[in-house]
Ligand binder design. Structure first.
Ligand SMILES: NC(=O)c1ccc[n+]([C@@H]2O[C@H](COP(=O)([O-])OP(=O)(O)OC[C@H]3O[C@@H](n4cnc5c(N)ncnc54)[C@H](OP(=O)(O)O)[C@@H]3O)[C@@H](O)[C@H]2O)c1
Length: 254
């Protein structure tokens, strides 16, 4: 099982204050990584850091608003200066806005595309530059979605961003394989988090999720972490450009 260990690795995880990002951060710390946690809320990040340290794990926090795209490169340099080389980058931070396409405001379109697609690209650039210059291998994990494969009405920007992140994963994978940087994505099905709370609370939607997911329920954030640890570890060294769906069978269901 050593090939699944993240001992001596440093992993930067965005969106680590709650939901799927927090679950991944806790699992990486359990697997031995020093985790670097990024999100806007300092107080929430501090709680996650404390939770990790109570279990003998190691965590650093960098509160930052990723909408400040122009400063993301500087953030990455600051992180490296304080924590040393970053071996693993997990782009989790994301957001959604729900309105019919015909009325969808341009500023919301730009916000969603920025956080869900542009920020992962810009952070990946900084990460890859550091890996290439230092001749280090690296692992990038993006968070895709069922919306990378299919669509529902009312979330056009989110759907475009998640289609884009799947394609970006392949684009970076083929370009950076020669530097031993693996780039993969995880496509979660329907998971209970703050992002999906309005849907969890909607009885009709929850009934639809249960009916269309063969396993018959919402996913729990911890259930995403096996795939994340695998894609971050040496056990996945020959896998790149893939999106692994952790969806309770949703995509397999006709
Ligand atoms: N839940 C699902 O069913 C599901 C399904 C498919 C894909 N996904 C994807 O999985 C990812 C995480 O989703 P989630 O359900 O865990 O969402 P969530 O509970 O809403 O968490 C989002 C995370 O992103 C951070 N964040 C949001 N805006 C930010 C900003 N401007 N700068 C820095 N950090 C920011 C939030 O922290 P702060 O508020 O402290 O900044 C939080 O840590 C997203 O990319 C989402 O699209 C989720």
């Amino acid at each position: 099982m050593n090939r699944f260990s993240l001992n001596d690795k440093t992993a930067l995880i965005t969106g680590a204050s709650r939901g799927l990002g927090k679950a991944i951060a806790l699992a990486f710390a359990d697997a031995g990584a020093n985790v670097v946690l990024v999100s806007r809320s300092e107080s929430t990040l501090l709680k996650v850091k404390k939770e990790i340290e109570q279990k003998e794990g190691r965590a650093n926090i960098f509160p930052f608003d990723l909408f400040q795209v122009d400063e993301v490169g500087e953030l990455f340099h600051r992180i490296r200066a304080e924590t040393g080389h970053v071996d693993i980058l997990v782009n989790v931070a994301g957001t959604i806005f729900r309105t019919d396409a015909v009325d969808f405001p341009l500023d919301q379109w730009q916000r969603i595309l920025t956080l869900n697609l542009t920020v992962p690209f810009v952070l990946s650039q900084s990460f890859a530059r550091a890996c290439i210059d230092g001749k280090h291998p690296g692992k990038i994990i993006n968070i895709a979605s069922l919306l990378s494969e299919a669509a529902r009405p009312g979330i056009p920007a989110y759907t475009a961003s998640k289609g884009g992140i799947k394609q970006l994963t392949m684009a970076l994978a083929v370009e950076w394989a020669k530097y031993k940087i693996n780039v993969n994505a995880i496509g979660p099905g329907y998971f209970e988090t703050e992002l999906t709370k309005p849907l969890v609370d909607d009885k009709a939607f929850t009934r639809w999720v249960k009916e269309s997911t063969p396993i018959g329920r919402w996913g729990l954030p911890d259930e995403l972490t096996g795939a994340a640890v695998f894609l971050a570890s040496a056990a996945s060294d020959f896998i790149t450009g893939q999106t692994i769906y952790v969806d309770g069978g949703w995509l397999a269901n006709l």
